[in-house]
Design a protein around this ligand. Sequence first.
Ligand code: ZN
Ligand code: ZN
Length: 364
Amino acid sequence: MPDIHAARRARARRKFPLGTDAALITSPANVRYLSGLTSSNAAILLPVTGDGVLATDSRYTGAAQRDSPDLELLVEREVEPALAMLAARRGWRTLAFEAHQMTVERHGELSSLDESLALVPLGRVVEELRMIKDSAELALLAEACAVTCAAVADVLPQIVTGRTERGLAVLLERSMIDHGAESVAFDTIVASGPNGAVPHHSPTQRAFQAGDLITIDCGARCGGYHADMTRTVALGQPAAWQREVYELVAAAQLAGIDAALPGADVVHVDSVARNIIAAAGHGEHFQHGLGHGVGLEVHEAPMIGYGRTGTLHDRVPVTVEPGVYLPGRGGVRIEDTLVVRAGPAGTAVPAQILTTTTKELLVL
Ligand code: ZN
Ligand code: ZN
């Protein structure tokens, strides 16, 4: 594993802004990506040439020695100032930092540490590298998705009249752990009946009733990689409007997946699905983006939506998750985690869908 992390650090260095002597990496996911260490308090000082230094506090000394044996280790409580001072001592004057991640307070502190230091923004260099996954990452993501699907299959018989949203969310989360998840990827969403009109509804004590559409958005985390899947099911025979909205969202979701090809612009992928929903008169009922990258974070680059920029590439995992939300009535969302794939010589091939739970409307 250290070889993988050293290769990632080499790729990151090549993207440093011109004139950078070293970069200070402080995003926990980026630190993990470049070092292998999972820590709530760690940072990396990565010079443009030569070896990097990993700083973390004494709670993580053992983990750092085990997971990042190829990096010089600095054990300090205040990791960012310690590394900035080290950079100054080593004559690395132009220090690039993750401006999207560092607080204004911390930036002010680092700026006043040593007058020889110049802080410059690094940009989202590591996030851009993280978009394209290697095969070990894709294997962990596939595992997380398989665990998610197994857990959903387990709890489908538990979706009965009288069960509460919270009750089902707990069963689902328990099942993901039983199937081998290290954790849940995010707080499970269970939205029943009218609550389905709220895209990120928090589960309540509302009991399921016959005639509900129930939206379940969940994911397992395996080896740090996050699955993300949404299915909407019907409890009892669905009304005509419910079936109609379901078929519309399902058609938009398939079109979005078909458009998720290497070289595709993220705005195009979004609009292919969105146009189908808008043409059916529900444009105003679909107000979030179509999808997002998944990996060490549950929402990461590339974001797929109107006004976003980016292009899909081979080995980029993304979600496609259109929805229609009808205030006071309910909603439907269908979401898969999939991997954009290229065939021989970069030819476009269909995306590989990792969340394989059926997308036929399940009537329970
Ligand atoms: Zn989701
Ligand atoms: Zn999602």
